[in-house]
Write a protein that binds this ligand. Structure first.
Ligand code: ADP
Length: 832
């Protein structure tokens, strides 16, 4: 079963979890679309921007190629133009008549060339032996520079080589690029850092008669041969075959972002390369703006999405709370057993909950729209309930509601309590009434049953043969007392406190604050535990009655601490216990007595011999004295000797009697003379009687027959009766000249048939109380502090074993007697 429940629970939890996960996933689905849209938008914008950028770069590259080609073409064209101009100049020289003189045209042409081509640093007219005929321009700084020893030798050596090549080949020839470190004072002038020669031979009549050498400046080539409009747009540089940059149009190196292109200028023997690179592209405002706009827009959209998400999750959580609240309310509404009913202002039902439907047996569909009187009202109560409802709808419904008997559709009636309160709408205005109906059938039944149980309980408590009482420990008042208590002790706390032993002083307890735990620190902790109650036996002084008292601390119905006490009267039990104890003591005493009896028996045996001897000696002496017939002796000594003999004899008789009294145990009936038994008995009792000054008078009727009985047992009875009589009378004060007297009378009782021997022992003691008369023969009944209470019991058994009777009665009061006294009568059968 447990396993099945666990399985079921496990499945339920799994189901709930997957449902919760699905719900959670569903709650964020709304975010997917905008996020996807933003991602797509950003990608598209990125692609567009990249494409634009790519196209732009391509365009730039293409332009760079074109412009580079254009620059190269312009440079080569310029070289070609310069070559043509020099060629013409050489022709002019070869055509002139005098070599020694500058032809006019040479000067004109060369000046023009120098002016038109600033890239040419120097122009020299050389004869066949390479002697300078003319040098243009006649610039002293150039002359100074080129004539500097270190430079001059390099320049001249190179010129010599190139000149030879040109003369040999009969063609204009270009020399190698020569690099010079600028002189100290020329640091700023970079024109002359890299230069190369160009020599055009002057041919006259098929022979080389000289040459025109032009010195080109690398720097100026870039400055003047590259079209100026391109110079502003690109950085141009001349690079040698090893890739080393020799001169550039801009000393600033191109950045990594620049586009580059190389074109070869094959003018010098080691071909030069023109390196063209773009300047770092100017900030593309449109592109950047667009980029930032896209980033900004995307961020904005993301931010708005985030805020929407935040809002939505907040809303979602509120919605969830609302849903939970709604579910909770619905569950509550459906699970509560209290019927709920809403009315409009006229009392028409607008809503009922399932509990109400169940209560009345009508469906919601049937109930909604009904107006009072409702069909579920018990028919006999309709006028009353209509009136109560009208009052309630006026807002005057009692706070405790009103009770009504509802009748279900199936006729079953139920007790209910209805509470009506106003229904307030969201605007704060009353839109109707709402009633809650509680089924109180069960509580009423329970209350009745409780009352019955209470009654039963009270009846039991009231008829209990013990006093039950409860006192408040706070106020000390008597909270409950049953009938026994009230009747025995009255309706006060005194008896409770007496019986409880005053251990809780109500005044002290009353001063305590019941709410403070510490206040009870002084109370006996064990008594506070509900399972324990203490137990004690106590005797009430006034009544001398014993009670067994049980006490317990209980929580009273009002929650306060109280003490419950149950007191049972145990006086009777106590008495029995005391008696038993006394009887035990007496038994012990009896056993001691038996021992003493045995001792007395052996003592008697031992004393008998010497006493007999004394008696014999005395008799002998008396006989001797008598035989001497001396009057004096007979008068003075003989009586004394005879008295001694008599006393010795008497002592012997006493001893004999004691022995016989003690020794005999088995009854042995014989035909005896009653008088003898009486005398023997009196003889035994007399010793004690004399001690207390009690006289025993014996009276015999005439002609008493012999009776068949056990003399020792009857003697024992008589001794016991006489002893009791002595005990009764011995302490009674008597008047002067009168004595304490016990009368012992023996006669024949003819009032009974057949006639019986009657022995009566009559004393003048206090008599026997009426209640004691009946109990005299009970074993161990005694009123004496040292009495064993077995005497009369044994006496009666002995008499009854002789088929006789023994009883006691108080005497009729007589004048001049110390007490009324009592008489014990023995009746014994005369025949066997
Ligand atoms: P015990 O003498 O040891 O008390 P008994 O059985 O002989 O026992 O006597 C029982 C009780 O009867 C006595 O304790 C006494 O109260 C009462 N009783 C007996 N004889 C007399 C008497 N002559 N007068 C008054 N009470 C007597």
């Amino acid at each position: 079963m447990k396993k099945v429940i666990h399985q079921y629970l496990g499945q339920a939890i799994k189901k709930y979890r997957s449902k919760a996960l699905k719900q959670r996933a569903r709650s964020y689905t709304f975010l997917y679309t905008p996020i996807l849209a933003i991602v797509l938008f950003t990608c598209a914008m990125g692609l567009i921007l990249w494409t634009l950028n790519y196209q732009d770069k391509n365009q730039q590259q293409y332009t760079l190629y074109r412009e580079s080609a254009f620059a190269k073409q312009r440079i080569l064209l310029r070289f070609a133009a310069n070559e043509d101009a020099i060629l013409e100049l050489s022709r002019e020289i070869s055509n002139s008549a005098s070599k020694a003189q500058y032809p006019e045209s040479f000067l004109k042409l060369s000046t023009k060339l120098i002016q038109d081509s600033p890239e040419i640093l120097q122009l020299r007219w050389l004869d066949s032996r390479q002697n300078r005929i003319a040098t243009l321009p006649n610039n002293p700084s150039y002359s100074k520079w080129s004539d500097r020893t270190s430079i001059k030798s390099v320049l001249d050596t190179e010129l010599n080589v190139i000149f030879s090549e040109a003369a040999e080949s009969n063609k204009a020839t270009y020399g190698r690029m020569l690099g010079f470190h600028p002189a100290e004072n020329e640091t700023s002038n970079t024109d002359r850092q890299y230069v190369f020669w160009h020599v055009t031979p002057i041919i006259q009549n098929g022979a080389v008669t000289g040459g025109i050498a032009t010195l080109y400046s690398g720097k100026r080539i870039l400055q003047h041969m590259v079209p100026s409009e391109l110079n502003g747009l690109y950085r141009f540089a001349l690079v040698d075959s090893s890739g080393k940059e020799l001169v550039s149009s801009n000393p600033k190196r191109s950045s990594s972002r620049s586009l580059e292109h190389n074109v070869t200028l094959d003018k010098t023997p080691i071909p030069l390369t023109l390196h063209v690179s773009t300047y770092p592209p100017p900030t593309n405002l449109t592109y950047r703006t667009l980029l930032w706009l896209v980033i900004g827009l995307s961020s904005f959209v993301l931010w708005s999405l985030w805020s929407v998400w935040k809002q939505t999750s907040k809303r979602y959580s509120i919605q969830k709370d609302l849903q939970t609240e709604t579910n909770f309310r619905r569950a509550m509404e459906e699970s509560i057993t209290i019927g709920l009913r809403a009315h409009d202002m006229q009392g028409k039902i607008t809503y009922v909950n399932p509990a109400f439907c169940e209560m009345t047996g009508w469906t919601r569909h049937e109930l909604v729209g009904m107006s009072p009187p409702f069909p579920y009202w018990s028919s006999e109560l309709v006028p009353d309930l209509t009136q109560k409802m009208a009052v309630a709808l006026k807002g005057n419904s009692p706070k405790a509601g009103f009770e009504a008997i509802l009748q279900k559709k199936n006729g079953v009636k139920i007790n209910s309590r209805t509470f009506v309160s106003p229904l307030i709408d969201e605007k704060g205005e009353q839109s109707g009434w709402i009633s809650s109906i509680v089924d109180i059938t069960e509580p009423i039944k329970a209350r009745q049953e409780l009352a019955l149980a209470q009654e039963r309980f009270t009846t039991v408590l009231e008829s209990l043969d013990a006093a039950v009482s409860v006192i408040s420990l706070q106020s000390g008042e008597l909270l409950f007392a049953n009938k026994y208590y009230r009747e025995t002790f009255g309706n006060t706390t005194k008896a409770h406190l007496d019986l409880a032993g005053h251990e809780i002083n109500p005044e002290d307890v009353g001063a305590l604050d019941i709410d403070s735990v510490d206040g009870f620190a002084g109370l006996p902790a064990s008594a506070l535990t509900p399972t324990q109650s203490d137990f004690r036996e106590i005797q009430i002084n006034q009544t001398k009655l014993w009670y067994e008292v049980r006490r317990r601390y209980i929580s009273w119905v009002d929650g306060h601490l109280a003490q419950l006490m149950i007191a049972t009267d145990i006086t009777a039990r106590k008495k029995v216990e005391d008696q038993t104890r006394e009887q035990e003591e007496k038994l012990q005493f009896s056993s001691r007595l038996t021992t003493m009896g045995e001792m007395a028996s052996s003592l008697a045996h031992e004393l008998n011999q010497p006493l007999a001897a004394i008696s014999n000696y005395c008799t002998g002496i008396a006989n001797r004295l008598k035989s001497q017939q001396n009057i004096d002796i007979e008068k003075d000594i003989l009586p004394a000797i005879e008295k001694a003999t008599k006393q010795a004899h008497r002592a012997g008789t006493i001893i004999q009697r004691i022995r016989g009294f003690v020794k005999r145990s088995q009854p042995q009936s014989v035909l005896v003379n009653v008088a003898t038994i009486i005398e023997d008995s009196v003889g035994l009792a007399e010793i004690e009687a004399q001690r207390y000054g009690v006289q025993i008078s014996i009276s015999f009727a005439d002609n008493l027959p012999k009776v068949f009985l056990d003399p020792i047992l009857i003697q024992q009875v008589l001794v016991n009766l006489l002893k009791n009589a002595i005990d009764a009378i011995k302490n009674i004060p008597v008047k002067v000249n009168s004595s304490k007297l016990i009368k012992l009378g023996v006669d024949i009782d003819n009032s009974v048939s057949p006639a019986m021997l009657r022995i009566r022992v009559m004393d003048q003691g206090p008599g026997i109380p009426e209640d004691a008369l009946e109990r005299l023969y009970e074993p161990f009944f005694s009123t004496k502090h040292d009495g064993m209470g077995m005497g009369l019991n044994i006496c009666r058994s002995i008499i009854e074993s002789h088929h006789g009777r023994l009883w006691a009665e108080n005497n009729a009061p007589e004048k001049d007697q110390p007490g009324i006294g009592c008489t014990f009568t023995i009746l014994l059968p005369l025949d066997k």
